[in-house]
Write a protein that binds this ligand. Sequence first.
Ligand SMILES: C[S@@+](CC[C@H](N)C(=O)[O-])C[C@H]1O[C@@H](n2cnc3c(N)ncnc32)[C@H](O)[C@@H]1O
Length: 309
Amino acid sequence: MIYPEYELKPQFHEEFPLQWKKIFDNNNPLHVELGFGNGEFAAYYTQKHKNINYIGFELSITSMVKAQRKLKRNNVTNAKLILCDARFGLREFFDSNSIEKVIMNFPVPWYKNSQAHRRIIIQDFFETLADVLIENGEFELLTDQEWYAIEAFENAKNSGYFEVFDIEKNPRREFLTRYEKKWIKSNRDIFKLVVKKIKGIKVSRLIGGVNKMPHASGKISEEKIKLLKGKVFKENNKVFVIKNVYKELDSNSHIFKVISSDGDFSQHYFLVLYQKDNENWVIKLDSESNPYRTPAVKWSVKKIMEVLQ
Ligand SMILES: C[S@@+](CC[C@H](N)C(=O)[O-])C[C@H]1O[C@@H](n2cnc3c(N)ncnc32)[C@H](O)[C@@H]1O
């Protein structure tokens, strides 16, 4: 069973940042968990703090389903779960000075230097936190990796936006998450870091305002269409690749399978190109696709039309 009432799909919302007051129908403080796993902590936390609105981020679909079941079993009414990269969601879905607390329990540490850019606690993350947390709002991190807690400590401290408390070793905890139990069972130490926002900053967002998708239209040279397969386009922070081009059998339209990225944030989607009248063609997002309208997504529409002309 899935319980879709708990899942929020921001792609279907018209405006960013999201209107949390409308979504929860109240003005309660927002608490956000990054990587909620199977939702044990979410179910506990929302029961314990009935006067907050909980928003959780996760990448795993299986975890999303399990967490929905846990919330339903506990009759939780103050939680929304989002399937999305937490780094993107934290920056794009929340207004400045809007979150009271951000919690991250046992993130994947990404040990290797080559994976360092995938770590959540990089400098950019602390800038986003300094924007979206309210004054005196907190970020709490639990990890079984001491080096990770130290790296987070240093990045937070060096940013200048936080009061950073000493790392606590094996803190007393009222509730243990699934991974916490696992690490304690294998005799690992647990490290807790808390940082409190003391200074704000405004970071730039990739999406914002009304979530509209521009179409592009014009005359094209049809013979250029199939030559686009495999082509890569780059401009500053934006990249897109045309993975494939399909011709629809029963109409004069073509589907482009595209992967785009804006820095570290990638999306897969389909664009449709069709003949509008004798002279003009239109390219737009296929109705089956609903990526966030980031600069790279918008640029892919314009650029494909441009190269076909
Ligand atoms: C080690 S598990 C911890 C799960 C849970 N918090 C716990 O303590 O039991 C890390 C979780 O973070 C999720 N995750 C990893 N990177 C993420 C990201 N960038 N955004 C959202 N979730 C992420 C993973 O899918 C995984 O479920």
